[in-house]
Design a protein around this ligand. Structure first.
Ligand SMILES: O=C(O)CCC(=O)C(=O)O
Length: 287
């Protein structure tokens, strides 16, 4: 699908470099036009002016071979099994622009450790303390990211190559949504479904894309892409790949229970891969 009336990918990248503040938004996303994809096949979304890929839609039907009713049931069970978030984490989530109350991130990063040692996030450690629940969730989702990874490899081969230099990683860390390095898990409930406020994920890899996967039983929750003035219709079980660091995004109102997963690569990890190559620091640091 070609969009004739939107910013080019190049323009979005330029804007990112010069201005990290939110662009000024029209007050009503309801004036934006809605993009509805055919649900029986994947669809590429490109800008007419420069041919840049703005998004790639994968309908739930695309995942039929792996997302069976059994898989979904286990996914929900493992999600509900995750330990409750600390009060301070919830408060932090509500201070963040996204304002998703029940959101947790599993990632490794180098943070500001002096020896540039990679370590998993506190949340990943905490959720693993009793019964390795974070690990169980990550393991269960593997086939989903593998399938999406194959798409990523064919559409963005260079970004894929750069983000999969995992052979240089120390033994004690591994990507948590391979080929993506990190996974954010947004948990909703019928009273409080996952609906995000406008934000950009500015720490993501500059030339990469993130993947959003939504699930459970709801209506609404479409993805508003502010600079493009479009609303992407996303139903439960659909996935959408897009540059979440370049395009300000949020959701329309939700009725029902909506959860979402976001898999992505971080720019700082790419820099780590480039900087160290085979000459990696040995670690074992924990937060
Ligand atoms: O659930 C969604 O549709 C959006 C989630 C999101 O943007 C995020 O977690 O950063």
């Amino acid at each position: 699908m070609v969009l004739n009336d939107v910013s080019t990918l190049g323009e979005l990248r330029d804007r990112f470099k010069t201005c990290n503040a939110d662009p000024s938004h029209p007050s009503l996303a309801s004036t934006f036009s809605t993009v509805t994809f055919a649900t029986d096949r994947p669809t590429l979304l490109t800008a007419a002016k420069d041919g840049g890929i703005l998004g790639y839609y994968l309908p739930s039907s695309y995942f039929a071979s792996i997302i069976t009713p059994e898989f979904r049931k286990t996914l929900i069970r493992l999600l509900n099994d995750l330990p409750p978030l600390r009060k301070s984490s919830v408060a932090e989530n509500m201070r963040h622009r996204r304002r998703i109350r029940q959101s947790r991130t599993y990632i490794y990063s180098r943070g500001c450790r002096p020896a540039d040692i990679l370590a998993y996030s506190r949340q990943y450690h905490e959720d693993n303390k009793q019964g390795r629940k974070a690990n169980a969730f990550v393991e269960h989702c593997k086939p989903l990211w593998e399938m999406i990874g194959a798409v990523y490899k064919s559409l963005w081969p260079k970004a894929f190559r750069d983000m999969t230099h995992t052979d240089i990683l120390p033994d004690d860390v591994a990507p948590l949504a391979y080929p993506f390095v990190a996974l954010t898990i947004n948990t909703g409930s019928p009273d409080d479904p996952v609906v995000s406020e406008p934000h950009r994920d500015v720490l993501d890899a500059f030339y990469g894309v993130a993947c959003l996967y939504t699930f459970e039983d709801y209506k609404g929750g479409n993805l508003i892409l502010w600079e493009l003035q479009k609303v992407i219709e996303l139903n439960a079980g659909d996935a959408f790949l897009f540059p979440a660091h370049l395009i300000t995004h949020s959701n329309t109102k939700v009725i029902g229970e909506r959860h979402s997963l976001v898999a992505y690569m971080r720019e700082e990890i790419l820099k780590y891969y480039i900087r160290y190559g085979d000459d990696r620091p040995q670690g074992g640091a924990q937060i």
